[in-house]
Write a new protein. Structure first.
Length: 321
């Protein structure tokens, strides 16, 4: 039996969504040690799986690997469509487990597009491979098409920069009781609409934040500056998405972000991907206070939900026999 475990990821935003610039997308994010996806697989003569979404990924994995089948069990999974990368992490974990069960190389970066993953953002694939803080290179703008390419007809954006995250950093994650974030065809339609009218000036502002603030802060291990910088990247991204999600942050995220930002225990707060997950950057020493601030933010907003505290994940998925 093969067993594979992978962590969630946070997506801080894109570097450019305007067709006026040479490269499109280019995402930033980090790997988390929790929550996790855990999948086991045994060789079999057909595909058997206890999880609907994983079953389809297992079928595709078996086809891609050229093996007879697998019995796949999902032991743990991420909450779906909340901004933690559930689809990509599940797809790649299933692929890696099936490959390991058959003593094959999963080559996840090459096969992720065939599983329908890694089209716009390469953060999920990169954190599955090696964890850490990642900036990907995006795609040449000339490849943009109004219609989503057929599955597999793209490559995962290359990693432009990766840094290990200091072990004493923590990320408080708030999952408010709210509608799921956009996904599938709805996400594709929203992204197409955003890209076709995106203000290129915002990309110039984001580029300055990434090069002058985000990268120096992670290189120097400065949680305060890093948190403030990625929060600014998210806020600027929100100006692109405002018409699609009802504001710079989707409701009720804006109120939660504002409340978290008031806490001295939190260096920076924002929305992960389409949300509704909200993150706050903190440290081990301030983790308890940050978690309490997150609970108070939910209470102030009058919203139910869950608060998680995660450490950084500086390695890729763990594969066990």
């Amino acid at each position: 039996m093969a067993r594979v475990a992978a962590g969630a990821r946070l997506h801080f935003g894109f570097q450019n969504l305007s067709l006026a610039h040479e490269r499109l997308y280019g995402s930033l994010g980090v790997g988390l040690d929790a929550p996790r996806v855990v999948v086991t697989a045994d060789p079999a003569d057909e595909v058997r799986c206890n999880h609907d979404a994983a079953r389809e990924y297992a079928r595709r994995a078996v086809e891609l690997l050229g093996v007879a089948g697998a019995e796949v069990t999902v032991e743990e999974t991420l909450p779906r469509h909340v901004g933690l990368g559930s689809g990509t992490q599940l797809a790649l974990t299933v692929l890696a487990a099936v490959a390991q069960a058959h003593d094959c190389d999963p080559t996840v970066r090459e096969r992720a597009p065939k599983l329908g993953r890694g089209g716009r953002s390469g953060v999920g694939v990169a954190t599955f491979e090696s964890g850490g803080f990642v900036v990907d290179s995006g795609h040449p703008t000339e490849r943009f098409t109004a219609d989503r390419p057929a599955r597999g007809e793209w490559s995962v954006p290359a990693v432009a920069a990766r840094h290990g995250i200091p072990d004493n950093w923590r990320f408080v994650v708030v999952l408010p009781d709210s509608d799921p974030g956009r996904n599938g065809e709805a996400e594709d339609e929203s992204m197409r609409s955003v890209v076709e009218r995106a203000d290129p000036a915002l990309a110039d502002e984001i580029a300055a934040v990434v090069t002058r603030r985000v990268l120096p802060a992670i290189a120097e291990g400065d949680a305060e500056r890093f948190g403030a910088a990625v929060a600014e990247v998210g806020r600027l991204n929100g100006a692109w998405y405002a018409d699609e999600q009802g504001g710079v942050y989707r409701p009720p995220v804006g109120e939660l972000v504002a409340e978290l930002a008031k806490s001295p225990a939190i260096a920076g707060a924002g929305q992960s991907s389409w949300g509704p997950a909200v993150y706050g950057v903190t440290t081990e020493r301030r983790a308890d206070a940050a978690r309490e601030a997150a609970r108070e933010a939910l209470s102030t907003a009058g919203v139910g939900g869950e608060v998680l505290l995660a450490g950084p994940r500086n390695r890729g998925a763990r594969i066990e026999d």
